[in-house]
Design a protein around this ligand. Structure first.
Ligand code: FAD
Length: 84
């Protein structure tokens, strides 16, 4: 590969392609606007918060395994740091 060549792509487009793929799998549920706020490693559950008409709604999800991809300031990593 020529090191002077810069390849770029659209993040929005990649997100949209991935999202369209998730629709093909009934086991995948995509939750928008749900913020992870807590993880309970003993109970194997995560706490998510969403806002509806200004109201805070707590959603608890049971999970044997969690794959985190929540970025640089990862809440999951912070939860692991303080609870391990
Ligand atoms: C200004 C800027 C320019 C960049 N330019 C480039 C570039 O040109 N090329 C390149 O290769 N890289 C670039 N990067 C780096 C690149 O953006 C990151 O390396 C990459 O996005 C990391 O991907 P990620 O999936 O780990 O995290 P992210 O892309 O940060 O995704 C994390 C996701 O988790 C979500 N999230 C976070 N906290 C929570 C929570 N508590 N509950 C629920 N969801 C949560 C966020 O909303 C987000 O959708 C740039 C970064 C910045 C800031």
């Amino acid at each position: 590969m020529d090191s002077r060549v810069l390849y770029g792509t659209s993040r929005g487009k990649i997100n949209s392609i991935l999202y369209e793929w998730t629709k093909k799998f009934s086991l995948i549920t995509v939750l928008f606007n749900h913020k992870l706020t807590d993880m309970d490693f003993e109970k194997k559950e995560i706490t998510l918060e969403k806002r509806e008409n200004g109201e805070k709604i707590i959603v608890i999800v049971k999970a044997d395994k969690v794959i985190a991809a929540d970025g640089l300031y990862s809440m999951v990593r912070r939860q692991m740091d303080c609870k391990c």
